[in-house]
Design a binder for this molecule. Structure first.
Ligand code: A3P
Length: 287
């Protein structure tokens, strides 16, 4: 996985998307409001899916916003170069995305009542999703070497650093009433029930019809058809639309079509080693 990068406090960031200044702003200067909701993920874990769900819940199932404002402007990423411009158009409660690891997240969150939704995905599927994404996102230098991708991912050379550190960092929030975590695989298996649980966490009392509308408009097929959600409006300097689509497959377990048995076994070995001190298992491990 190759991209022009720089290190900020030990984590890899992309020169085309971040700077020391934006990361310092996110971490130390940005003011969190008590009614904010943060959509936090490691990249390719279902960030945009959660943006859609959270925005639909915020608007009681009404899809107007999702059909009129591009997804990346509805819930922009806290740490990126464009954030401060995008932030001005956000309405309250703000729904803000971030891929930042726990230790680099906005410090003002700690003393706030804001909420965090953290989505976790099977890391093998993340690698596959990222592998394909790297062919269309111009920030990356295209590389077809899948083994190198796995190695870079396991060595923390990916954008936003080591997946294991991201998970272990954010899991320090487990048990905090402001923190809700869910897996991409749970969302897939029980989309409707996941939306109900999210509403409960967010203190939103939606009718059955409104919940059905959230589920309908955040389905993979609805998002793929919605030009405000499928990234088709993104400038071609940033995303090469000729080489693939952002909403690629939207399934769990695609890693089985990409990993060899040896690659999978090696990955599992590293996974067990790195996660052994966490004392937690995730739904995605059962897949
Ligand atoms: P694939 O590349 O495996 O298809 P992120 O938003 O964090 O960048 O994650 C992108 C991944 O989430 C992509 O995975 C994308 O297809 C998937 N995704 C986006 N919306 C989805 C939806 N409504 N249902 C299922 N998967 C979705």
């Amino acid at each position: 996985m190759s991209f022009e990068h720089f290190m900020y406090k030990g984590v890899r960031f992309a020169t085309k998307a971040h700077s020391d200044e934006t990361l310092n702003f996110a971490e130390n200067e940005f003011e969190v409001f008590d009614d904010d909701v943060y959509n936090v993920t490691y990249p390719k874990s279902g960030t945009n899916w959660m943006i859609e769900i959270l925005n639909l819940i915020k608007h009681d199932g009404d899809a107007t916003i999702c059909q009129t404002v591009p997804i990346y402007d509805r819930s922009p990423w806290l740490e990126v170069l464009t954030f401060r411009d995008q932030m001005r158009s956000l309405t309250h409660p703000r729904i803000i995305s971030s891929h930042l690891p726990y230790q680099l997240f906005a410090k003002s969150f700690l003393s706030s009542k804001a909420k965090i939704v953290y989505t976790i995905r099977n890391p093998k599927d993340i690698i596959v999703s990222l592998f394909h994404f790297s062919k269309i996102l111009c920030l990356f230098t295209a590389n077809n070497d899948f083994q190198k991708f796995i190695d870079d991912f396991l060595e923390g050379k990916a954008l936003y650093g080591l997946w294991f550190d991201h998970i272990k960092g954010w899991m320090q929030m487990k048990g905090d009433s402001r923190f809700f975590f869910i897996t991409y695989e749970e969302l897939q298996k029980d989309h409707h029930g996941s939306v109900i649980r999210l509403c409960k966490f967010l203190g939103k009392d939606l009718t059955d019809a409104q919940i059905d509308s959230v589920v309908k408009h955040s389905s993979f097929s609805s998002m793929k058809e919605n030009k405000m959600s499928n990234w088709s409006q993104m400038s071609s300097d940033i995303l090469d639309h000729t080489k693939g689509s952002f909403l690629r497959k939207g399934v769990s377990g695609d890693w089985k079509n990409h990993f060899t048995v040896a690659q999978s076994e090696y990955f599992d070995k590293v996974y067990r080693e790195k996660m052994k001190d966490l004392n937690m298992s995730f739904y995605c491990e059962e897949e």
